[in-house]
Design a protein around this ligand. Structure first.
Ligand code: NAD
Length: 439
């Protein structure tokens, strides 16, 4: 399961050899751990042109506790305020802001371009703001050394809702997230008493939590203060109990496709649920011509249908409380498609449809957000089973030249789950190191 190549390129002879042969040079990524600084250096606050948001953004960045400055020799992060960009000519202000300093970004640095939603009424503004997407995705591909680049679109006058997202994007929690476009609504964030344990007093349930990504999600939500219930199939009961015990969580052995799954979940959380993470998933790969109906049906049932059924039932029953968060699991296969995975990719694309359609209604009717993570190549038992050459291609074909870790998906889920993330709704965020697939 370990990435031996990444280890090899971290040694002096490995670096020498791979450079000579023109092979990818993955930079080791820093993950978050308690007590370490979010950024290993100052954060540059840059402005493209003259922006009305400068002061508000400065206040927001300062509130993150980062060392915010207008000038630094070796910045660890850069935030570019591009909210005023509304024509191709003012787009040049983004170039003018970043061009002189981009080389000085520290390894593993963070770049966040802050824009606004492309307008439906002004096609010049829409062209310029959409242009930022191509800019950010290209910069993500060329920046190297483990750095990441994102575009954050805020609704007009809604910068105040961006706090939790800026904290996430400007920290090692987003180590494997790059080239993403995240759009915030204008919903007011719920207050956070303690950013170290933002989920204190909240109850979370994670499906497929015995191992892999689900176990890591459960662990990160527990670290962030949530009471966690770990759900997995009865056949995985021993592994499930071990994982739950390790986290001080409760275990719920249950097949999520069971007819009474929603009632059993509701019974396991009598006080209601604040965070529901649909992570359980299976693959049953075959090309369509060789795929029997049962392989098709089981994948769609576990990955998509059960998510629809339990979400509907738990929302309608009020089990997912106001202020609640639903996080589903898509995949880059659901965006790009994959040979031998018509069933899996269909189920994961279905998750994207579910999220986009339900998110505005769930917010309006229930006060609940609905988002999805779309993992790329994550080092788990699922990907360890992939044949060697396909595995190596999946691992390397992204801007960071390496696979992600379960914790990368877990940190993204935890950001969605935060009380302060009310404005993050209907988003599909890829945790894929800016994979070439689905780009
Ligand atoms: P995994 O196989 O290691 O873990 C999946 C867990 O889900 C297992 O513990 C399994 O027992 C459980 N599960 C399966 N069917 C279930 C059911 N009917 N009811 C309850 N639990 C059930 O997989 P993983 O790599 O940790 O993947 C987790 C999720 O992330 C899946 O939805 C997967 O499709 C998605 N994903 C993973 C990757 C990756 O690279 N690993 C990439 C994209 C998407």
């Amino acid at each position: 399961m370990a990435d031996r190549y990444l280890h090899f390129t971290g040694t002096a002879p490995g670096r020498f050899l791979t450079r000579r042969l023109g092979l990818p040079q993955p930079a080791p990524l820093r993950r978050w751990s308690p007590g370490t600084p979010s950024l290993d250096g100052p954060l540059l606050h840059l402005t493209a042109g003259k922006s009305a948001a400068t002061e508000e953004l400065a206040a927001l960045l300062t509130a993150t506790g980062l060392d915010v400055t207008a000038r630094a020799e070796r910045p660890a992060g850069m935030v570019v305020d591009a909210t005023a960009v509304d024509t191709p000519r003012t787009l040049a202000d983004v170039h003018a802001a970043l061009h002189p300093v981009i080389r000085s970004l520290a390894p593993g640095g963070r770049v966040v371009v802050v824009g606004v939603r492309p307008s439906a009424d002004d096609h010049h503004q829409a062209a310029a703001q959409q242009a930022l997407e191509g800019f950010v995705r290209s910069l993500g591909k060329e920046i190297g050394r483990g750095a990441t680049v994102q575009l954050l679109r805020v609704a007009p006058d809604a910068l105040a809702s961006a706090g939790s997202t800026l904290r996430f994007l400007l920290s090692p929690r987003s180590a494997y997230v790059s080239g993403q476009v995240i759009e915030l609504t204008s919903a007011a964030p719920d207050p956070v008493a303690d950013w170290e344990v933002p989920l204190a007093g909240r109850t979370a349930l994670v499906t497929g939590a015995a191992r892999g990504i689900g176990a890591s999600v459960a662990s990160v939500l527990a670290r962030d203060g949530a009471r966690v219930v770990c759900l997995d199939v009865p056949q995985a009961k021993d592994e499930l109990t071990r994982t739950a015990d390790r986290l001080g969580a409760a275990a719920l052995p249950l097949d999520i496709t069971a007819d009474d799954a929603a009632e059993r979940i509701a019974a396991a959380v009598p006080g209601g649920l604040d965070v529901l993470v649909h992570n359980a998933g299976i693959t049953r790969d075959r090309r369509l011509a060789n795929m029997p109906a049962d392989r098709w049906a089981s994948v769609v049932d576990v990955n998509l249908d059960s998510v629809l059924r339990t979400t509907d039932a738990l929302l309608e029953a009020g089990t997912v409380r106001r202020g609640g968060r639903i996080v589903a699991t898509a995949s880059i296969a659901g965006i790009a498609g994959n040979n031998g995975q018509t069933n899996y990719a269909a189920s994961k694309a279905g998750i994207i449809g579910l999220v986009r359609s339900l998110a505005p209604r769930a917010a309006a009717d229930h006060g609940v957000t609905v988002n999805a993570v779309a993992p790329g190549f994550i080092e788990t038992k699922m990907t360890a089973a992939v044949p060697l050459f396909i595995r190596e291609a999946g691992r390397r074909m992204n801007s960071l030249s390496q696979g992600g870790l379960p914790v990368d998906v877990a940190e993204t889920t935890a950001w969605f789950a935060q009380p302060a993330s009310t404005a993050v709704n209907g988003q599909i965020v890829r945790v894929c190191g800016q994979s070439l697939l689905g780009a």
